[in-house]
Design a protein around this ligand. Structure first.
Ligand code: BGC
Length: 802
């Protein structure tokens, strides 16, 4: 049996049962001891009788704020940050636990601890600070049923007869951290609980796996600073918390601060946290070895600085990463250590930013579900960890936050929807809102479950209509002012020019129009798949109109894009916006744009994932390799070489002279640029889903051989089973070994630049003008070929065709 304390396994049967919904008999109750946001945390308690526990009892539970539940003093489950994070006013998750083993015959006690969490602790930065976002009161709703079925006896349920009291948690907040005074453990339940008006129809089963701890990280190095504080280096930037064992006198304090980096003089540097205090404090009760790890918060850090006030000593310390995605589904290893580390860094950035919601970063006063970041990273996310339920849950919140006119929020869950006075107009940016079209498409490609398309299509249509309405036509001209209707972030954080608004080189109008094309095309395809022909036709026509207008507006007669930058070329090429007659010239201009930046990357958030795939598409794998592998800023490997252990927000977050970028917006754990891993899987290892037969039921194998990366070994536990692809180069001879999972089929596509092709020892082609194609049955295959490049050959140039 699975650990009886954990949430039930997400089997189809469970999902059905949970999906039936429950007629809650419990009421939402607030501890009377609660004095509001930022004050000492409270618990609610009830004693109840069970004559003969049967062992199958289940607890249904949720809260406003975060909760942790104990029955007879034993913790229920090991999930963290429950009930999770959603648009609480519209969708509040509940968990179900099997709790039979905690019950005893006779009187039992249930305690539910509550804390501010996302529900009411600070969200957003000081100028736009939102407190009590979804409400002023923390509260819980819970009921314990005899055999877990919705019809069975209720053994205890929250109502006005519960008591409340104060916890040893003196203060707690997502950005703030936590202060815990162990001397205040066991305070009595001397207050009452108050029933709050509540509509149980907002309760939904928790739609993704719980946040859990990953294996903890030991100290790699520790030293004392000039003020006698101990600094611990855990060797890895991440999100989670420090776990302490400490011994000392009652009232002594252990204060833990967090930082992602040391500055160039080796000084603990908290600048990247901005106003997030990330302060954790434990006050000892003076009772032998005391153990503590924060209950209701997490921080983004690699280093911890510990100050001890009074007589106490740390007897053990570790760093505990937490995440919603626990099991890795893909591996990529090659002969280039910096590239391998880049992949690891992306894995760590996903773990740290997949905590209930796909966030921008886990450390500063944001940690928000930025739609643009999730949009560009979604495909990489699906390779690295199974992200299906995680992103589907989030998409439901994207829809819940969608505005009346179809605009999608910049961040989801959107704290500004309920507080438009604090930050008006915080929605409707192209590239960001397009998440509502791109993410469902990515999920469909990876997992092949059509229901995600059925569920999201109406929201996509409204979004595409919104973007059209910005300028009432195919060329979108976003306004410049922040917050104005249709404002766009453009190609956010392009390295050329100032990296804040308003001067990215890729024109906002081009970027926005391009995204209108991408989203109307996807929406047309999706509508066709779900059988909505009317929408499919309307969206396809719209896409055609945008395509024509794009060529007229943004491509000169000589085939140059008017903005002439890497992002514009990459996206336009990748999404087939260049008419055939201009392709030759556009290719040259694209290459020239790269040459002008000395072969370095010139793209921001939306251009970066497109850059290398576009180079492969035009038959330039060597150039793609050169841009990818160059080690100066801006470029992927610069940060790895500089010692990054997660993906940076900026290409030059740390300057070559060791100084951190002076911007107030400089995170060292932002997954967006890690989206390049999709390219490593799809173009380098060379496997990708067939858009027409999704879920990896049919796999396209089309590797671009990059000499510097040999040998490459990759695998992916796809929805259809394990895919393997590896290659090595000996002189100009390639051996490509791959595996098609049982029940799937594959097609091998090899560029005309490759010759002497043999599949499983059968000669199948020896190069020519056309790509060589060969069907692959399930099982292992060995392909050999030569990579002599013939003039005009186009390795990978066929990637749009399955
Ligand atoms: C966030 C992002 C986000 C961007 C949009 C930043 O503050 O950290 O990653 O996409 O704003 O402007």
């Amino acid at each position: 049996m699975q650990d009886a304390q954990t949430v039930l396994p997400r089997t189809a049967a469970n999902r059905r049962e949970i999906g039936r919904g429950i007629a809650w008999s419990a009421q939402l109750i607030q501890p009377a001891s609660d004095k509001g946001v930022g004050t000492q945390a409270s618990f609610i308690r009830k004693e109840f009788k069970v004559d003969a526990p049967g062992g199958a009892e289940r607890l249904y539970i949720s809260a406003h704020g975060l909760y942790r539940c104990f029955i007879n003093g034993e913790r229920v489950g090991d999930d963290l940050l429950t009930p999770g994070w959603t648009c609480y006013d519209k969708r509040l998750a509940y968990q179900i636990y099997e709790v039979g083993e905690h019950l005893r015959p006779g009187v039992n006690t249930i305690d539910i601890w509550l804390a501010d969490g996302w529900f009411r602790s600070q969200l957003m930065w000081p100028r736009s600070r939102i407190l009590n976002c979804w409400g002023d009161e923390v509260a819980a709703i819970a009921e314990l049923r005899r055999d877990g079925t919705p019809e069975s006896d209720v053994l205890v349920a929250t109502d006005g007869t519960w008591k409340s009291g104060l916890l040893p948690i003196l203060k707690s907040g997502i950005y703030f951290g936590e202060v815990y005074d162990a001397r205040q453990e066991g305070l009595p339940a001397s207050d009452s609980a108050k029933v709050l008006p509540f509509n149980t129809s907002v309760l939904v089963p928790h739609e993704t796996g719980p946040v859990r701890e990953l294996p903890s990280l030991a100290v790699e190095r520790q030293w004392q600073d000039a003020d006698g504080r101990t600094i611990y280096d855990f060797g890895q930037n991440m999100a989670g918390y420090v776990a302490l064992s400490v011994e000392g006198e009652a009232g002594a304090r252990v204060i833990v601060e967090h930082a992602e980096i040391l500055d160039k003089d080796g000084v603990f540097d908290k600048a990247s946290l901005r106003s997030a205090e990330a302060h954790v404090e434990y006050v000892l009760k003076g009772d032998g070895v005391e153990r503590y790890r924060p209950y209701f918060t997490f921080q983004g850090y690699r280093y911890a600085r510990v100050t001890i006030e009074g007589r106490a000593k740390i007897t053990a310390i570790a760093s505990v990463p937490i995440s919603s995605v626990l099991d890795r589904t893909a591996a990529f290893l090659c002969g280039h250590p910096l590239v391998n580390r880049l992949v690891e860094n992306t894995v760590w950035s996903q773990r740290a930013n997949f905590i209930e919601v796909p966030t921008d970063c886990p450390q500063r006063d944001e940690r928000l579900g930025w739609t643009g970041d999730a949009q560009v990273f979604a495909a990489t996310a699906c390779y690295l960890h199974n992200s299906e339920s995680f992103l589907r849950k989030w998409l439901r919140d994207v829809i819940a936050d969608q505005r009346e006119d179809g605009a999608i929020a910049h961040v989801v869950p959107d704290p500004t929807r309920l507080h438009p006075d604090i930050l008006p107009g915080f929605f409707g940016s192209t590239g960001w809102g397009d998440a509502i079209c791109v993410v469902p498409w990515v999920l469909w490609q990876h997992y092949g479950d059509r229901s995600v398309l059925d569920e999201t299509l109406p929201a996509m249509v409204r979004w595409v209509d919104f973007v059209w309405s910005i300028s009432d036509g195919p060329i979108v001209k976003p306004p410049r002012a922040w917050g104005a209707r249709g404002f766009t972030f453009g190609d956010w954080l392009q390295p050329s020019g100032p990296s804040e608004k308003p001067l990215p080189t890729c024109g906002d109008d081009l970027a926005a129009t391009l995204y209108l094309y991408i989203s109307s095309t996807l929406t047309a395809k999706i509508a066709r798949i779900v059988g909505n022909e009317t929408v499919a036709r309307r969206m396809a026509e719209r896409a055609e109109t945008v395509k024509k207008a794009f060529a007229a507006e943004f491509i000169t007669a000589n085939g140059r894009l008017v903005y002439d930058d890497q992002t514009s070329y990459a996206l336009a090429i990748l999404h087939d916006l260049i008419p055939a007659e201009h392709m030759r010239a556009v290719r040259q201009h694209f290459k020239a744009a790269i040459a002008r930046s000395d072969g370095r990357i010139g793209t921001g958030f939306i251009g970066t994932p497109a850059l290398l795939p576009a180079l492969i598409k035009i038959g330039e794998p060597e150039l793609a390799a050169a841009v990818f592998l160059q080690e100066e800023a801006p470029g992927w490997l610069y940060q790895v070489k500089t010692g990054a252990t997660t993906i940076w927000e900026r290409w030059d977050a740390i300057k070559p002279d060791g100084t951190p970028h002076p911007s107030g917006m400089n995170s060292y754990n932002h997954y967006a640029y890690g989206a390049v891993c999709q390219w490593l899987f799809e173009s380098v290892a060379g496997f990708r889903p067939d858009p027409n037969i999704p879920g990896f039921k049919h796999i396209i194998f089309e590797p671009a051989i990059i000499r510097e990366l040999t040998p490459v070994a990759s695998s992916y536990d796809s929805a259809a089973g394990r895919i393997e692809a590896s290659w090595s180069l000996d002189g100009d001879r390639v051996t490509y070994r791959l595996r098609v999972p049982d029940g799937s089929s594959g097609t091998l596509v090899l560029s005309p630049a490759y010759s002497e092709i043999r599949v499983d020892d059968q000669q199948i082609g020896s190069g020519g003008k056309e790509a060589t194609r060969s069907l692959l049955a399930p099982g292992a295959h060995t392909v050999t070929f030569r990579i002599s490049r013939s003039p005009g050959a186009n390795p990978g140039g066929d990637q749009t065709k399955p």
